[in-house]
Design a protein around this ligand. Structure first.
Ligand code: C5P
Length: 232
């Protein structure tokens, strides 16, 4: 993949305010190059903040999980591309993915598809009207993402090996649910250590609470980077 270990760590800024996020980014300093911003911060002033991070030389992953009619997704993605973000998530529906690929044209934005939300099990899918199991739907959507020209998938580290077989080497796998040794799992049910996730084929690791809630977040981030380094 040709990436430095440090470029492969994405810290999820799951924080309630721009003020809190700015303090965290200042504490992490040069240890963290890539940040994920999701609903919580986006709806609390996170977009101008993201633009500031990009201007300061950081990379930004906007975890917006877009899903709407094709035209709306395409125009929304065009706006995100102008902001200079590196990654954007959309739900893995064929129409949505096609529109997102159109919307990012000519920019350096990379689109990540969410195949099946990790909070869903087979009974949630049945309740939503699907007749497939979670692994079946995830595999089908991964193949559709590949065929549509999507740049990567968000998946658990456990799924990474199987999904890699479907998507090949040309797409990136971005995996949350990472827990370094000794950290609490929180509400994540399926967790994996950084080194093992890398060995399963993850290109980027998304880590939130193990860094944000550490007594020394910078030290926690550095420790994850050295685990990635050893496994790469
Ligand atoms: O705090 P923690 O390390 O669990 O944070 C993981 C981040 O990754 C959160 O922002 C969460 O929303 C996100 N995420 C996830 N599972 C997915 C997709 C995104 O945990 N399937």
């Amino acid at each position: 993949m040709g990436l430095d270990a440090r470029e492969r760590l994405i810290v999820a800024l799951d924080l309630p305010s721009v003020d809190a996020a700015e303090k965290m980014v200042a504490r992490l300093g040069e240890s963290v190059l890539f940040y994920k911003i999701g609903y919580q911060l986006v709806f609390a002033g996170g977009l101008p903040f993201a633009a500031g991070l990009i201007a300061a030389g950081k990379q930004v992953f906007l975890d917006l999980k877009l899903h709407d009619i094709g035209n709306t997704v395409e125009k929304g993605v065009e706006s995100v591309a102008q902001l200079g973000a590196t990654f954007l998530t959309v739900h893995g529906y064929p129409q949505t993915m096609k529109a997102a690929v159109k919307g990012k044209r000519g920019s350096r934005l990379r689109i990540l598809a969410v195949t099946v939300l990790t909070s869903y099990d087979d009974s949630d899918l049945a309740a939503a009207g699907y007749e497939m199991s979670v692994p079946e739907l995830a595999a089908a959507r991964a193949a559709q993402a590949r065929d549509t020209g999507i740049d990567g998938l968000v998946c658990s580290a456990e799924e990474a090996t199987n999904l890699r077989k479907i998507i090949g080497a040309g797409m990136v796998l971005v995996t949350p649910g990472i827990r370094p040794m000794g950290s609490a799992s929180g509400d994540q049910k399926r967790v994996m250590g950084p080194a093992r996730a890398i060995r399963c084929g993850a290109d980027y690791l998304v880590v939130g609470r193990p860094v944000l809630e550490a007594a020394d977040p910078k030290k926690a981030a550095d420790a994850i980077v050295s685990e990635i380094e050893q496994a790469s």
